[in-house]
Design a protein around this ligand. Structure first.
Ligand code: ZN
Length: 254
């Protein structure tokens, strides 16, 4: 069992109970992407005490990543991001079990990746990958914590299959995707990432109200957050006509 002293301030007044902390310690979270959003999500999950983190990313570290991907040390330039992220976790919180796969997720290789994980955090950086992950999460009844940024702006929501609308309900999936590269700033990316980690924390502990059918939009030019509500689109090609029963498995299987 992890050392509970580490989490004293999680369990102080206005915090969570020992039982809720133990839920974090026995939980497993799948983080899709170890780039900008992935850095912030992984760091915050590790600090909260999530007991097992699985990281998926096929990329190696490039010089241009370091303006925002703050989990990675410069000495790891040229190494796989998943290895670099694991190094950081193990130095910061050795009690955390880390799984990793250095792969670019696709519709063929995803099945084994998601097995045993009920919470997926979307830290991908392309719309194409985000919609693919949305489809996979709906199809396999996984809770998806969506986040994304573009320049000064960001957004996030929590998608629970059969309970909420999905990414395609908010913005219908495009037939083709452009591979445009937009600006990405560390404070914006890490703000959204921190909020994704906070949603994950609430899912696991059951504390607070989740962002269900609510999209938080951060406008970093004005410094404001807006909450947009949406609903499940009955004609959504991704999430309509599914009758899943949500099964949420918390415990790490040894
Ligand atoms: Zn939908």
């Amino acid at each position: 069992m992890a050392k509970l002293n580490r989490y004293q301030r999680n369990m102080a007044p206005e915090g969570i109970t020992l039982e809720e902390q133990e839920k974090l310690i026995t939980s497993k979270v799948l983080v899709m992407g170890a780039g900008g959003l992935g850095s912030g999500v992984i760091m915050n999950l590790a600090a909260l005490g999530v007991g097992q983190i699985k990281i998926i990313d096929g990329d190696i570290l490039e010089e241009s990543n370091f303006n925002r991907q703050i989990i990675h040390k410069y000495k790891n330039l040229g190494r796989a991001k998943v290895i670099s992220a694991k190094d950081w976790i193990q130095e910061f919180n050795p009690d955390i079990k880390v799984e990793l796969d250095k792969i670019k997720l696709n519709e063929i290789n995803y099945y084994n990746v998601i097995q045993g994980y009920d919470i997926i955090v979307d830290c991908f950086d392309s719309n194409e990958a985000k919609y693919m992950l949305n489809d996979i999460a709906i199809r396999h009844n996984k809770i998806l914590i969506h986040g994304g940024t573009k320049g000064f702006n960001g957004q996030l929501t929590t998608i629970i299959p059969s309970q909420t609308g999905c990414l395609s309900c908010i913005i219908p999936r495009a037939k083709t995707f452009k591979n445009d590269v937009f600006a990405s700033f560390s404070p914006v990316v890490n703000t959204i990432a921190a909020l994704q980690a906070h949603e994950t924390f609430k899912v696991i502990t059951g504390k607070g109200e989740l962002l269900l059918n609510r999209l938080i939009v951060f406008d970093g030019t004005k410094g404001v957050f807006k909450t947009l509500t949406f609903s499940k689109n009955p004609t959504c090609t991704t999430c309509s006509n599914n009758n899943f029963t949500l099964e949420f498995h918390q415990n790490i299987e040894e």
